[in-house]
Each structure stands twice: as C-alpha cells, then as structure tokens.
Design a binder for this molecule. Structure first.
Ligand code: SAM
Length: 184
C-alpha cells in the first residue's frame, strides 16, 4: 500500500523542473580489487552500508514471500544475497554481476556460511542470455541501476526484467536519487 506522503513525493517529482541530467557511476562494473574489498567491507559489522542492507533486506523480505525463484541483478559481493538466502532457504536465488572480483567474493561468502540455494553467474544485466522467458517469480536489485551508462541501457535492462519475470512477477529496486523537487 503506497502512503499518502509517498504519493505527494511522486507528484512533486513528476511536476518539478528543471529536468536533471543523469550522471552515471564513474566505475560501471566494479573490477578493481581495492574498490571491491572496500565496498564489501563497508557492508559488514558497523560499516556504513550495513544499515542500508538491513533496510533493503527488510523490504525485499516482503516482496519475495512465497516466491520459488528470485534473480538479483548486479549482486556484487553478495552481502545482501547471502542475507536473503539464509532467511529464505526454500527460495532458489540467482545472482548476476559482470565483475569477476565481486562474484569471487560472493562465492567465498556463500561457502563460508554453507549456503547452497544461490547460483552465481557472470551476466550483463542488460542482456540476461542465461535465462529463459518467464522464469523468475521476482527480480531484485540494490544500488545497481545507477551503474548503467545511459537511459538506453536502463530501458534494455527493464525489457530484460520484463522478459524473465513470470506473469504477475514482482520487482524490487533500491537505488540512489537526486530529488528534483528539493532544488526549487
Ligand atoms: C554498488 S555495487 C552493488 C552490489 C550489490 N547489489 C549490493 O547491494 O551490495 C554495483 C554492482 O553492479 C555491477 N554492475 C555494473 N554494471 C553491470 C552490468 N551491466 N551487468 C552486471 N553487473 C553490473 C558492478 O560490478 C557492481 O558489482
């Protein structure tokens, strides 16, 4: 159920001007070992990303209730995926990313915690060739879509999401934004 205050924000954002130019993340796929390690560590213990993961995990938990297969786009080092998989042992999760370093760490975290309901794949989120049409009950993504270089690739990504989702499938996306309405 969308709250009245959220509806107010959506209306203000749709009507506010000027349009803000989209600025993509400077490091699109995160390959450099030093950045990958810093990012991964920031999501553990009292790291700065830990509260974000707690919030996202609580939201995703509601979205994936009753799902059999869930696809996490640009799963990174799998800190969130690990939490989802531990909390939902009956769900089969698939995590995709283009960074070998990130996927390597994700694999390590899964092994450390003896988690067996996650499949990791090297895959571009704008070209999900490994997956059949209508094969997932839900698609999730966290802090990922701002890594796509332009609006065209965002569009392509959403087309792929629609293709791999079952009819009435669910989508959850969490990302950064720059509110236009606060610039007035
Ligand atoms: C900021 S990290 C977020 C990781 C994870 N979702 C999380 O919440 O911890 C963004 C991830 O997107 C990945 N990425 C960027 N562009 C991608 C693409 N086109 N296809 C797959 N992964 C991509 C990067 O390699 C990186 O692992």
């Amino acid at each position: 159920m969308i709250s009245a205050s959220l509806i107010k924000v959506i209306i203000e954002e749709s009507m506010a001007s000027p349009q803000i130019t989209r600025v993509p993340e400077p490091r699109l796929t995160m390959d450099a070992r030093q950045y990958v390690e810093v990012f991964d560590k920031a999501g553990t213990g009292d790291g700065p990303i830990t509260p974000v993961y707690l919030f996202v995990a609580s939201q995703v938990a509601q979205v994936i209730v009753g799902c059999e297969k869930v696809l996490d786009l640009a799963c990174g080092s799998g800190r969130l995926l690990t939490q989802h998989a531990l909390a939902n042992p009956k769900i089969k999760f698939t995590g995709v990313d283009l960074s070998a370093e990130m996927l390597g760490l994700a694999g390590e975290h899964l092994r450390e915690q003896n988690i067996h309901n996650v499949d990791l794949r090297t895959q571009d989120i704008t070209n999900l060739t490994d997956f059949d049409d209508h094969s997932f009950d839900a698609v999730t993504s966290s802090m990922a879509l701002h890594h796509l270089p332009n609006e065209k690739s965002l569009e392509t990504c959403f087309k792929e999401i629609r293709r791999v989702l079952k009819p009435n499938g669910r989508i959850f996306s969490f990302d950064y934004c720059q509110p236009k309405s606060s610039n007035d």
